[in-house]
Design a protein around this ligand. Structure first.
Ligand code: PMP
Length: 364
């Protein structure tokens, strides 16, 4: 029923849900620990739960198609006018919208090896050519990415920090890169994990959005803001780009509860600070444990760590299966070309401890 380029797609494999693992391995759901999808281990902020409760009564009506109230809060936070903002059903929606809006079948999309799989997926779904550029030290090789741009390239993805490797691109390097990218190429900087950056390295991509008319910065409420299940993200770009995205965007792509919760979460600095602190503490504990165990890991700027669990290409799958039997769900990254590695989302202190003891048993 579908064109060859659709049939050729390998479906995205999301982290296994807790209920499925419980059933498959005969485990008690309540004792399963999920460190697989880079979610916020604190769950949803109470402020967002209250906002949802207040909004539920209104959901017999369609949501605000333009997300006026949410865009107002985002605009104030980022110092940008509302026509520079596009709301998405998660930032995946922004990524897909970018491909559908800016790229034609047969044109090309550039992204890095070991980068978020959805970039390749959205390119394939529109029959575009995906150009995967070999990574440098598990991160983006910006010089190689520049060289990979061809006459038919229309879109390029950078993830900062990157998933699944957690690497970070220095702002000065990104800016030098943006100066060199041809203006016909739309650059998406995917900042899904930005809120986890330490204040000492935090940067302001809004300035770049104002400077580069071909730049789209995407953000999400799924990670540090704790709203993964509600599906809400946004893009920041010049009104010429947002005007184009808006032609393709479904009118009610962000539901009313998600809009209300996102406003509350954006105003909840206490929750955000707490999330970042739990993450930094958890990162320190996990990486110290890996050091003690002699395991290689990629230093991460996100809410997850990529750790090498063996020297053969079966290692990731094998260790993953043994962890599942112990009720711990992490993320194999074979699909990313990293079969010796597992990606561990940073959890609550007790979850991190349980993971490390299970890993020690599995590797003993
Ligand atoms: N970008 C990156 C780099 C991610 O890791 C993720 C989540 N796995 C997303 C975007 C999409 O997140 P969401 O659609 O929930 O905003």
């Amino acid at each position: 029923f579908a064109p060859e380029y659709i049939r050729a797609i390998a479906p995205y494999q999301a982290g296994k849900p807790i209920s499925e693992v419980a059933r498959e391995f005969g485990l008690d759901e309540n004792r399963i620990i999920k460190l697989a999808s880079n979610e916020n281990p604190l769950g949803m902020p109470e402020s967002a739960k209250k906002a949802i409760a207040n909004e539920v009564g209104e959901t017999g009506r369609y949501p605000d198609a333009n997300g006026f109230a949410l865009k107002k809060v985002i605009g104030e936070r980022y110092g940008i006018a509302q026509d520079w903002i596009t709301l998405g059903n998660g930032s995946n929606d922004i990524i897909e919208l970018a491909a559908r809006t800016f790229v034609q079948q047969g044109q090309s999309v550039v992204f890095s090896e070991y980068s978020f799989l959805v970039y390749a997926l959205v390119a394939k779904a529109i029959g575009a050519k995906g150009i995967q550029v070999p990574s440098k030290e598990y991160g983006h090789d910006l010089d190689a990415m520049l060289k990979a741009i061809t006459a038919d390239t229309r879109l390029l993805f950078l993830a900062n920090p990157n998933n699944p490797t957690g690497t970070f691109l220095q702002p000065a390097d990104i800016e030098a890169f943006l100066d060199k990218v041809p203006s016909r190429v739309v650059v998406v900087i995917d900042e899904a994990y930005n809120e986890y950056l330490d204040s000492s390295i935090q940067y302001d991509s809004t300035d770049w959005v104002k400077k580069y008319p071909n730049l789209l910065v995407s953000r999400t409420f799924s990670k540090a803001y704790g709203l993964a299940g509600l599906r809400v993200g946004f893009g920041l770009a010049h009104p010429e780009l947002t005007g184009l995205l808006n032609r393709v965007r479904q009118p009610f792509n962000v539901n009313a509860l998600a809009q209300a919760a996102a406003i509350a979460a954006l105003n909840d600095q206490v929750f955000l600070t707490k999330s970042a602190k739990i993450n930094a503490d958890g990162y320190r504990f996990l990486t110290q444990s890996f050091d003690e165990m002699g395991l290689e890991y990629v230093p991460s700027y996100g809410n997850f760590v990529l750790v090498k669990v063996g020297n053969d290409d079966g290692a990731g799958s094998r260790v993953n299966l043994e962890l599942l039997k112990k009720g711990i769900i992490v993320r194999p990254v074979n699909a990313y070309g990293l079969p010796k590695w597992l990606r561990i989302s940073i959890g609550l202190p007790e979850e991190n401890r349980a993971f490390i003891s299970a890993l020690k048993e599995v590797l003993a």
